[in-house]
Design a protein around this ligand. Sequence first.
Ligand code: KIV
Ligand code: ZN
Length: 541
Amino acid sequence: MARDPGRVLIFDTTLRDGEQSPGASLNLEEKLAIAQQLARLGVDIIEAGFPFASIGDFNAVQRIAASVGTADGPVICGLARAAAGDIKACAEAVAPAVHRRIHTFIATSDIHLEHKLRKSRAEVLDITREMVAYARSLVEDVEFSCEDAGRSDPEYMHQVIEAAIEAGATTINIPDTVGYATPTEFGELIAGINRCVPNIDRAVISVHGHNDLGLAVANFLEAVKNGARQLECTINGIGERAGNASLEELVMALHVRRSYYNPFLGRPADSTTPLTAVRTEEITKTSRLVSNLTGMAVQPNKAIVGANAFAHESGIHQDGVLKHRLTYEIIDARTVGLADNRISLGKLSGRSAFRARLEELGYNLERDDLNDAFARFKELADRKREISDRDLEAIVSEQVQQQDECRFILKRVQVSCGTGLLPTATVSLETADGAERSEAAIGTGPVDAVCQALNRLAGVPNELVEFSIKSVTEGIDAMGEVTIRLRHDGVLYSGHSADTDIVVAAAHAFVNALNRLVAGGQRVPLHPQKAPLPVAELPRL
Ligand code: KIV
Ligand code: ZN
């Protein structure tokens, strides 16, 4: 392939496809914090969002383009349906980035053509030509995706790909949108494109896939063997339904099994040159940041980033590992940046030490946010002797989560509960106009009582669909981290908070979720794949 980059490009879509996970929506500060960390991680391309979805999405992509899209930074990409309005908005949003990309897509499977687009194959072919050419008139770097490629007729898809490259696409993405393919099939799909599309040597082949059958990573690795050189993935594998292919699994598979994959990239098996540009030591930190900010917990047995991924519980394994690490370990935990949960700061630590450690953890707070977070840290240090990185992350992720204009601020919460008592909560909320009001409620337990009292005060209809609590660190003085998801009009809104008092954490998490609901409810963003394609509006070329 003439456009073979000589290694595997990592295209991160945590902020676009990952954010399409129900309840994972992020505010601008959170998106920026993740984008900055993705740049530190060394991904090649960040898909920062779908700018046409809403003003908020547009602003987030533009802000990321301006602050993370530096000359030595990653390519900043935006998603656009194959429609002129989407493409124009996308070009404007990514404009501040030094390296910018428009990613436009249209479905190519008959099932999508018939039931979603209601268009013929010939019409889709025409739209592809026209819209790719329009995108290319606005930026040099254009990616085109055949949505639902995994279920498309290969011969028709080859025609669409050829037309897209002819019109100026520089990357061709092959998504297994519904996670249906098996590794051998997916590898053959990529091999077929390489074999049958006459101008494929002018584009990088990329893959994108969902994990409905748990095969996304395996499919991608097979695709690499057959010529794919860009992998679209997300941190912790978050994304629609069962999620996307997980970045950390792909990167570590290519790292640990480099000698197996090297020959497929034309290298000697023993070449030590990395197959991706990812700084693996940043993986754990990035995973925690994304989990903290999206409120999407990582399962303990998740490969690479799960809490148990490097834990050797059984006596036999521990004995083996102590005698020789390689008996039961294929990855040194330090390779993914998993040092012991460091005791980083204590009661006497000052503001600059606090800020410096936060920056190392991937959080750059503005002055006011830093002051608030520092006050919370001092408060915690009075209650908890040793403050670890995990504690700091819990405090700060909540700070980043706060909306600029919070409708509700929790002022006080008090509960009485125990044997022979009806759990009762009294809470006080400050509203946007500065007024403070209090309410009391009885519940099935203290948390239920708090939520009921808060609901009476807020008066915003919602259904609590998830309440989870986990301990941030070990020890009796550990903070409890609470995640709450509320449903309103079919949309999920999440809030999380951590405190040594779990009832207080629950109250804050509930208020955070309410604030998101009120902010988000004003404008539900467009879903790039489910919203109908706008009727043909031809661009002026
Ligand atoms: O899954 C999918 O097909 C997508 C496309 C928009 C690339 O996310
Ligand atoms: Zn997708």
